[in-house]
Structures are given as C-alpha cells and as structure tokens.
Design a protein around this ligand. Structure first.
Ligand SMILES: Cc1cc2nc3c(=O)[nH]c(=O)nc-3n(C[C@H](O)[C@H](O)[C@H](O)COP(=O)(O)OP(=O)(O)OC[C@H]3O[C@@H](n4cnc5c(N)ncnc54)[C@H](O)[C@@H]3O)c2cc1C
Length: 440
C-alpha cells in the first residue's frame, strides 16, 4: 500500500504537472499546500516576504485549484503552519510513505525538505521538475557552469530539447483526508485575513492563466513584442505571463509550445524569438540559484565584491513610497505598490536608482520587491537585483540607468508620471543635513 503526500508549492495546476502525475502512482493521495506564518512577519530587511498583491493572487489560485480538483473527487488541504511541522504531522496521521513535490530553488524551501529527510529517514522524497523547461538530470550546462555567464547558458540552451508537456490527469486516487471548511487563522495580519474578492490586476489560477495565454497568442501582440517590451506601461506591451508562471498556474513548457505554435502559424520574426529568450532568462536564474544557495542573498553577491553602499532609513522610505527627488522613479514605485506589477524597464530603473543615486544596500530593495510583486520569484528577483547592483553574473559589472535619458526615451510627454505620481512635487533626498549633526 503506497500513501503519497503531494506537497504543492509553485505548481498550482493540473495541466502539464509531472509532479501530480508522479504523485498519482499511489493507492491514496493527499494533496497539501502550506501557508507558512513566516511569510507574514517582517524578516531582517524589516518587511515581510508576503504582501497583499501576491497573497490575493495565491488565494485565488488555490480556490481555482480546488474547483478543478473537485471534478476529480480530490482537493488540496490548505494548512497554516511551518511546513516542516505540518507535513510531519500529516505524514504520521495518514501513514504516508512517500512525499512528492516540485523542485525547490530557494534555500528556505530546500531546508524544509532537508529537515523532513532528517526527521523521517524512511520517507521517500521525490523532487520533480515542474517549474522549468529542462530537468536537472538533462541540463544544457552543468550547474557550476551557470556561474560563467548568461550568454554561455543561452548559447547551449536555445536548441536543447525539453520534455514534452503532459496532459492533465483524468482520474486521481482518493484522499485519506476530508476537506475542511477553509478559514484563515487570526494570527494573520489584518490585511491578509480578508478573503480575496477584488479581482486585482491578474486573476489567480489555472483557468485565468489559460485564458490569458489563449488571448495573447490570438492577438497581434507577440509579433511586436521585442519593439514594445521596454515600454513602461500598457497591458499589451509584454506577455504578463509572470504571475501565473511563478505560482505554477501555467507550465513554462506549455508556454514555450504556445510560442512555437504561434511561430508555425504566423512565421518567425525577432519578436516571437525574443519571448523564448526571456523564458530562457527565467530558466537561467533558476539553475543559477540552485547552484548559488545562500550566495544569492549575499551583499557581495557572486562577484565577491562589496558595493560602496549602505542603509539610509529615510531614503529607503522615500524610495518605497515614491517620494524621492526622481519623478520617474516615484511613478514606478507607486505603480508597483498600487498594482503589484512593474514593467521590466521600470524595475531596472527603480533598482538602478536605489543602488546608484540613493547609495543603498541592494538587498533592502530586493526585499521590498519581494513583498510587493505578484510575480515574485526568489531566483529571478534576487538574481536580477545582483545583476543591477554589479555583484551578479554580469560581465559588465552593474547597470546604471541614466534617469534623464530614460525619462526622455520612455516618458517624454510625462504621461506615465502623470498617471502614477500626479502632483508629487520634488522632495529632497535627506531632510537631515550631515553638516548639522553634532560633533564630539
Ligand atoms: C530588479 C528586478 C527584479 C525582478 N523580479 C522579478 C521577479 O521577482 N519575478 C519575475 O518573474 N520577474 C522578475 N523580474 C524580471 C522581469 O521584470 C519580469 O519577469 C517581467 O517584467 C514580467 O512581465 P512579463 O511577464 O510581461 O514579461 P515578458 O517581457 O513578457 O517576458 C516573458 C517572460 O520571460 C521572463 N522574463 C522576462 N524578463 C526577465 C528577466 N529580466 N529575468 C528573468 N526572466 C525574465 C518572465 O518569466 C516573463 O513572464 C525582475 C527584473 C528586475 C530588473
């Protein structure tokens, strides 16, 4: 008798879900999602990992998953607590012999698995590649080679075959546990205790993801992608796949196949090819993160070079809430806070300003993005921040975006600034002049 626990993480879908298919080779199947209370408490950068936008998207995604599983007479049990404890309790309660989950790329998630393996040596743990194009045992480069450069990876990855996507299962083993009525514990902060009833910019879940991908590839947008992807605003200017990809509502292999199908039907141009390049960037950061472990969060980064920056609390507040002396950055930061989304160019501008104009420790900026972004991904976020701070894999050693030039290129008419930061007058960077400080 095999009883399997499928620990769901960034794989909230039925379509092309090799972990679900693997977990279903079982007599009984218990699907579990853990909401970790640590996500909601401020960590060392004084902000919690989970913010309202991603939390709402996550709740919607879980609701949608439960609706889909219901048609297969299954459900996902949503547990609130430390995963290493919750899972161990469920494993004992339901005589679980095998745990299946998606491959984890972040150190915290890997620590949960290590803790379970230590505590329960008899338990069989299987990590499955559901989140990436490639599988760990068939990568285009070895893990240590990811340190060389993105270009090295890309040249080898672009023609490397990926496994074919799998169909959604048509039946699943039954669960050993009843589905309880869901309610969120009182320990959650107030903003997180309310149910997700506002649709937000993105609707969470596999159903919304599939509809969005269908609509995107039915439009003329993919054919223009490369020319408009750097625009600061506009739904159609980039794919907006990231929130669904990163909660696993959408399979990245299925997405790559949709790009290929579009090219087959409409012909290839540099734009369609560029969507695949961006998916490869995402891929690159995952394997790099797995190789780096805790180095991904290190001030000196991979480069091992400490930037000449520090922490100024006042500047940090001004950047987070969009009241710096830089109007374009203010508009970016306000859009991020209001919507949970910011274009790639907006993220680059805001991050570059944080490090270069404000002279701030890049990790505080990365932590604020982590809190705000609906599409937050540990590998992509911290990897991009390292890149901009000049401590990552970038052979050019950091990116400094000239704010005047960026404003002239992307917001010459001031439409973006007027939309997101209307009436914000220039403020000073520091209200306390160091010359006024008492000496001796
Ligand atoms: C400082 C900083 C932090 C970032 N943090 C995140 C994050 O937490 N999560 C996240 O998904 N992206 C992050 N990005 C990358 C990028 O900004 C977003 O992926 C993109 O804006 C999402 O919008 P889209 O889906 O319309 O992208 P598109 O331009 O349509 O790209 C298609 C897909 O390719 C991938 N992609 C695009 N740009 C990048 C990139 N620079 N690096 C890696 N993958 C990319 C994404 O999966 C995206 O969905 C960050 C970029 C910077 C500069």
């Amino acid at each position: 008798m095999i009883n399997t626990l499928y620990w769901m993480t960034h794989d909230l879908r039925l379509d092309d879900n090799p972990a679900l298919v693997r977990a279903a080779w079982s007599n009984r199947l218990l699907c579990v999602y853990c909401v970790d209370p640590r996500w909601f408490s401020a960590h060392r950068y004084h902000v919690s990992s989970m913010g309202p936008h991603r939390w709402q998207f996550l709740q919607q995604s879980l609701d949608n998953l439960n609706m889909q599983l219901k048609s297969l007479k299954q459900h996902v049990l949503i547990e609130f607590g430390y995963p290493e404890q919750q899972l161990a309790t469920l494993i004992a309660r339901h005589q679980i012999t095998r745990l299946v989950c998606s491959r984890q790329f972040g150190v915290d998630e890997k620590a949960v698995l290590a803790s379970l393996a230590k505590r329960l040596p008899e338990l069989r743990i299987e990590e499955v590649d559901t989140y990436t194009l490639f599988e760990l045992n068939d990568l285009p480069v070895s893990l240590p080679e990811t340190r060389k450069s993105w270009t090295y990876f890309r040249q080898r990855a672009q023609d490397h075959p990926m496994p074919l996507p799998l169909q959604a299962p048509t039946s699943l083993p039954t669960s050993p546990a009843e589905r309880p009525a869901q309610s969120w514990p009182a320990r959650l902060p107030e903003w997180a205790s309310v149910a997700a009833n506002d649709a937000g910019l993105f609707g969470g879940g596999e159903t919304a993801a599939q509809l969005h991908v269908q609509q995107y590839f039915a439009s003329a947008w993919p054919a223009q992608y490369k020319h408009v992807r750097n625009e600061l605003d506009g739904w159609e200017n980039s794919t907006k796949f990231s929130p669904w990809l990163n909660r696993g509502c959408l399979s990245v292999r299925r997405t790559k196949m949709a790009v290929d199908a579009y090219i087959k039907q409409h012909g290839s141009n540099e734009s369609t090819g560029w969507i695949t390049v961006e998916l490869l960037w995402r891929e690159y950061f995952q394997w790099l993160a797995l190789e780096l472990g805790t180095q991904l969060f290190r001030f000196k980064g991979i480069a091992g070079r400490a930037p000449l920056t520090c922490v100024h609390p006042e500047r940090y507040q001004k950047w987070c809430h969009g009241t710096t002396p830089f109007p374009l950055v203010n508009a970016c930061m306000r859009q991020l806070k209001q919507t949970g989304y910011l274009s790639n160019r907006g993220r680059q501008i805001a991050a570059s300003c944080f490090v270069n104009e404000l002279g701030m420790d890049w990790r505080y900026g990365a932590a604020w993005f982590e809190h705000q972004l609906t599409d937050y991904d540990v590998a992509v976020n911290w990897g991009n921040w390292q890149y901009i701070a000049g401590v990552g894999v970038d052979p050019r050693g950091g990116r400094h975006f000239d704010l005047d030039k960026q404003t002239a290129m992307y917001d010459a008419e001031g439409v973006y600034r007027a939309k997101w930061a209307p009436g914000i007058t220039d403020s000073v960077l520091d209200s306390v002049d160091a010359a006024d400080w008492p000496i001796g």
